[in-house]
Design a protein around this ligand. Structure first.
Ligand code: PLP
Length: 374
């Protein structure tokens, strides 16, 4: 039975070309990049070439790109460094961040470091007036950590506006760009941001590899101690094939951005139309037709005995979707994002997220299943 995979915000399928680029680094080129002989030089070259590729594609300096184990590590590192190395004593974040940010700011935002959340507008966007008021009211240096695109509802942040506010108040700005790196052409030289997190598996790259962009103007301490890898900042033998795969996936994503984003947006638009026409009781979460990620569509369905089982029943019918982020899929304990934007206990949330591999025919099948299942 063919499965329909509509959970691409959770993870994406590895591209064949990405796998092909990675394979030689699992077999022929197995040297430790720190070794001085030819085996080591081959893998060192692969890492540094990948770093240059990533830097070029994001318009950053290679020295600003650090390879990590993924978005979670990058988020943790940026937040911890802002507190420990850059003198931030107040954190401003939002209640709809991914847990990789939310749990980290909750951890650090206690004791002499304080934490506050920005207000959200009715459509789920960050209230920039409130952000400015908060920045202006703190004498202590602030860290602002706000995600570029929300993984559950798709809302896109005006990253330049937030960055400029941070500049005005001498705050450090970190943005979790896990849902936008590889999905939008970012120009980090022009974006007023100190830290950016990205993750390979969200754009058809491998899992367990990500990047942390650290702007040249901020100097932080090593985040993992040990050997001299990643210019003494992150010790440990590098994930060579992961890094090669990350760079290849980003290159493919950016080369095909125009075509793929247009196609994926057309799927999302089609699904919105079909939901409105055929699943009339459904509602949409977030600023779906405004500043919104083209890959994510979050829908609310009236809560009934049947709809409460929707994810389970979709799964039985070989349709993969989620209730929110990957960690809440399956068991619906309610999403903190949906609670924050729309505290309606009478709705069940289903997030559909698309990739270049999906088709309109798949959406038609999902719509007709939804009609049956709710
Ligand atoms: N931030 C966002 C917005 C995400 O969607 C995810 C993945 O679910 C993460 C962070 C975590 O990234 P990773 O799985 O690479 O640790």
């Amino acid at each position: 039975m063919e499965r329909i995979y509509l959970d691409n915000a959770a993870t994406t399928a590895l591209d064949k070309e990405v796998l092909e680029a990675m394979l030689p680094y699992m077999t022929t080129y197995f040297g430790n990049p720190s070794s001085i002989y030819s085996y080591g030089r081959e893998t060192r070259l692969a890492i540094e070439t990948s770093r240059k590729t990533v830097a070029r594609l994001l318009n950053a300096h290679p020295g600003e790109i650090f390879f990590t184990s993924g978005g979670t590590e990058s988020n943790n590192t940026a937040i911890s460094a802002a507190i420990h190395d850059l003198g931030c004593r107040h954190i401003i974040s939002s209640p709809i961040e991914h847990h990789a940010v939310l749990h980290t700011v909750e951890h650090y935002g206690s004791g002499d470091v304080t934490l506050s959340f920005v207000k959200l507008l009715a459509n789920g966007h960050v209230d920039l007036d409130d952000l400015e008021q908060q920045l202006a009211s703190h004498e202590k240096r602030c860290l602002v950590t706000l995600m570029h695109a929300n993984n559950e509802i798709g809302n896109l942040l005006d990253i330049d506006a937030v960055g400029n506010l941070c500049k005005k108040y001498n705050a450090i700005f970190h943005s979790d760009c896990v849902q936008t790196v590889g999905h939008y052409p970012l120009d980090l030289r022009k974006t007023p941001v100190h830290f950016v997190s990205g993750s390979g598996h969200k754009f058809h790259g491998p899992k367990g590899v990500g990047i942390l962009y650290i702007n040249d103007n901020v100097k932080i301490q090593p985040f993992i101690f040990g050997g001299a890898q990643e210019r003494n900042m992150r010790a440990g033998t590098e994930n060579v094939y992961g890094i090669v795969g990350f760079a290849k996936a980003l290159e493919m994503a950016m080369n095909n951005f125009e075509k793929d984003s247009k196609y994926i947006q057309s799927l999302k638009t089609y699904m919105i139309e079909q939901l409105r026409k055929n699943v009339k009781c459904s509602t949409l979460n977030g600023d779906v037709e405004g500043r919104s990620l083209y890959t994510v569509l979050s829908t609310g369905l009236p809560k009934t005995e049947k709809s409460e089982m929707i994810l389970f029943n979709l799964d039985i019918n070989h349709i993969c979707a989620s209730g929110g982020s990957a960690c809440t899929s399956g068991a619906d304990q309610g999403s903190h994002v949906i609670h924050a934007i729309n505290n309606n206990p009478n709705l069940v949330t289903v997030r559909f997220s698309f990739s270049k591999h999906n088709t309109k025919e798949e959406i038609d099948k999902v719509i007709s299943k939804l009609q049956e299942l709710i």
